[in-house]
Design a protein around this ligand. Structure first.
Ligand code: PMP
Length: 406
């Protein structure tokens, strides 16, 4: 073909996007029929698919959902349900109404809208080290400059954040995944939240709270949110998602923002896509509205907890003696590991999948500066049965042995 696309594409698209390594690993898993610890997505067999289908059937028999452009902010019934639910759960400040809640095409679209709304070329934003790579991708595309702050088992390390903010100059926002962080599985405690919020106020920046895994807590005490803790401060944007509690294919999430920001975010939505399909929002609302959430979630939790424990013990037993250390989280989907002797984790991940047919995600992709991820690995247990966990861990052990001596 004759067109030199480089000449036409924007700099953003031509030079700031790159093929996703997660995509490459998942493709290899499929092609090679490998055992996979890669997919950070729910296991559909644990969810009541027939009930979800019935909710979609009811949505399809509501002509009003087809006849008009849906509301720019999203279906009012679902937004009402979200506001009630967040308040009952202690996650929302008392001022929250449907006006401040925008339904999104998964929380990923919320991340995109935030990037569009706030980031200008060269703006500094604080990201956790490690963090969610698709957020890095979106922020990078928009021209962000990353300031990485370490997280430990209680969340962002306040002293490190303070040192960073002290020398960095203005920061547009702090992006934090507060529960069962992707990839580390760490959750931010409420004590930490108070300290981080205090720093955000002192250094006059805002917080983007990304919380898609909140309802996947298998043990331990639920924590609150920055959004509620901030009260009338108006300094926090909250991203929620139905991807883990309904299923990711519905693509429904939400963005809750301070009142003064709500009109601008709706205008931004209109400029992007006018509105999102009301059909799926209606189906999600129909599916959620009369559900006994604690018992619904308990069934899902039991299965994920069993998978987590099976993968954790298989990896410890098979690969621990070879130098793999793992952290076991209280919820979410991920075991986060380190192999101290491993320098090039991407090369090892490619080796393990091609030679031993075992897929996992190299940890380096979760860092704004990939060198910080030396020797780190992410294993997802969400879709892994105990039998596969054991066989996969054995394969990984073989790969570690062979790679180390190669
Ligand atoms: N944030 C984090 C931390 C994630 O891990 C993901 C994807 N699993 C998302 C946001 C996007 O989720 P979704 O768009 O499906 O709501």
């Amino acid at each position: 073909m004759q067109v030199d696309w480089e000449r036409f594409l924007s700099d953003k698209v031509a030079h700031r996007l790159e093929p996703s390594l997660i995509g490459e690993m998942m493709k290899l898993v499929k092609e090679l029929g490998a055992i996979s610890f890669t997919a950070g997505e729910p296991s559909a067999d644990l969810y009541p698919l027939e009930e979800l289908r019935a909710s979609f059937d009811r949505a399809f028999s509501e002509p009003s959902l087809f006849a008009y452009y849906p509301h720019n902010g999203g279906l009012l019934e679902l937004r009402r349900w979200i506001v009630d639910w967040m308040k009952k759960d202690g996650l929302a400040p008392s001022w929250l109404t449907t006006r401040e809640v925008l339904l999104t095409n998964g929380s990923q679209e919320g991340i995109h809208l935030i990037a569009e709304a706030f980031i200008e070329e060269g703006d500094a934003i604080v990201v956790e080290s490690p963090t969610y790579p698709e957020a890095l991708l979106t922020f990078r595309r928009q021209g962000a400059r990353f300031l990485s702050v370490p997280v430990d088992r209680e969340g962002i390390v306040p002293e490190a954040l303070e040192a960073l903010l002290e020398k960095s100059g203005p920061v547009k926002f702090i992006y934090s995944i507060v529960n069962f962080q992707n990839p580390s599985g760490y959750s931010t405690t409420d004590e930490r939240k108070a300290k981080i919020l205090d720093l955000a106020r002192r250094y006059d920046t805002i917080l983007v709270e990304d919380d898609p895994y909140r309802y996947l807590r298998y043990e331990g005490r639920p924590q609150g949110s920055y959004f509620a803790l901030d009260g009338d401060g108006g300094r926090v944007l909250y991203l929620g998602s139905f991807s883990k509690i309904v299923l990711p294919g519905v693509r429904v999430g939400w963005l809750a923002v301070p009142p003064e920001l709500a009109p601008k975010m709706t205008e931004l939505r209109v400029s992007c896509e006018i509105s999102l399909p009301a059909i799926t929002q209606y189906a999600v609302w129909d599916f959620m509205k009369d559900r006994d959430l604690p018992s619904y979630l308990a069934t899902i939790h039991d299965a994920y907890r069993t998978r987590r424990d099976a993968l954790a013990s298989a990896l410890r037993e098979e690969c621990g003696p070879l130098g793999l250390e793992i952290d076991v989280p209280e919820g979410g989907f991920f075991l986060w590991g380190r192999i101290a002797w491993l320098d090039d984790v991407v090369s090892f991940a490619r080796y393990a999948i091609t030679e031993e047919k075992i897929g996992f995600i190299p940890g380096s992709i979760f860092f704004a500066d990939e060198a910080d991820g030396r020797g780190t690995v992410r294993f997802s247990f969400a879709k892994v049965s105990p039998d596969l966990a054991r066989e996969g861990a054995k394969r990984l052990a073989r790969a570690m042995k062979a790679y180390r001596s190669s």
